[in-house]
Write a protein that binds this ligand. Structure first.
Ligand code: DX5
Ligand code: ZN
Length: 220
């Protein structure tokens, strides 16, 4: 049976009611908290930083999946481990020595993830796939929530799944950006294991039900 993990993106939460929204995730069928950190350099937007993650960690009762959209992420690996991240994902495009960065993330006791922008080819991961716990395929250009899903993502998921199988790797596949009930099932059929959903969950009238629907749609 396929048990897809659902990871609501806290970027789309109401920051004036953050504790309420974190408790909603705790009480829902969601599996992970997805946390987007942006530096205004790697992406054209700034989200939130360490003090906010520290506050989130105090309330989050599930796996914390941190997605760094920052240049030179090596500087902050230990900091994010100390702040409670269970998994740390860096961008392929932001790392000069990706292999070294992955080892550093693991040595801090976290799962090591690599995110790739929509223009980045799956083949570039071939030599490092066995060192990656999670690949995050960006299905929008990173930087903002609420953008529309890029259709080419399905082909990328299939290509990545084939690479993982061919290399006998245990890497899991996460999709981030524009995920809704319209594309969730097809993404999982293509090979996705984790679905990040921001606006679709938080703009819904009933977020708990929306998470349950996504879970039901992708568990088969
Ligand atoms: C975009 C972020 C996403 C974002 C997804 O740069 O990495 O995690 O929060 O939001 P939606 O689901 O609204 O596209
Ligand atoms: Zn993200």
């Amino acid at each position: 049976m396929k048990n897809t993990l659902i990871a609501p993106s806290v970027l789309a939460a109401d920051f004036a009611n953050l504790q309420r929204d974190l408790e909603m995730i705790n009480n829902s069928q969601a599996d992970w908290f997805h946390i987007d950190i942006m530096d205004g350099v790697f992406v054209p937007n700034i989200s939130f930083g360490m003090p906010v993650l520290e506050a989130i960690s105090k309330h989050a009762k599930k796996y914390i999946d941190v997605h760094l959209m920052i240049i030179d992420p090596d500087r902050y690996i230990k900091t994010f481990a100390d702040l409670g991240a269970n998994g740390l994902t860096v961008h392929y495009e932001a790392c000069t020595h990706l292999h070294r960065t992955l080892q550093a993330i693991k040595s801090e006791g976290m799962k090591a993830g690599v995110a790739i922008n929509p223009h980045t080819n799956i083949d570039l991961l071939e030599d490092v796939i066995n060192d990656i716990d999670l690949v995050c395929i960006m299905s929008v250009n990173p930087g903002f929530g609420g953008q529309s899903f890029i259709e080419n993502t399905y082909d990328k998921v299939k290509k990545l799944k084939a690479l993982i199988t061919r290399k006998n790797a245990s890497t899991i596949i996460e999709i981030d950006g524009g995920v809704t009930n319209k594309n969730a099932k097809q993404l999982v059929e293509a090979g996705a294991d984790v679905l990040v959903a921001g606006s679709f969950v938080f703009k819904a009238e009933n977020s708990i039900e929306t998470i349950a629907d996504l879970k039901a749609l992708t568990t088969f």
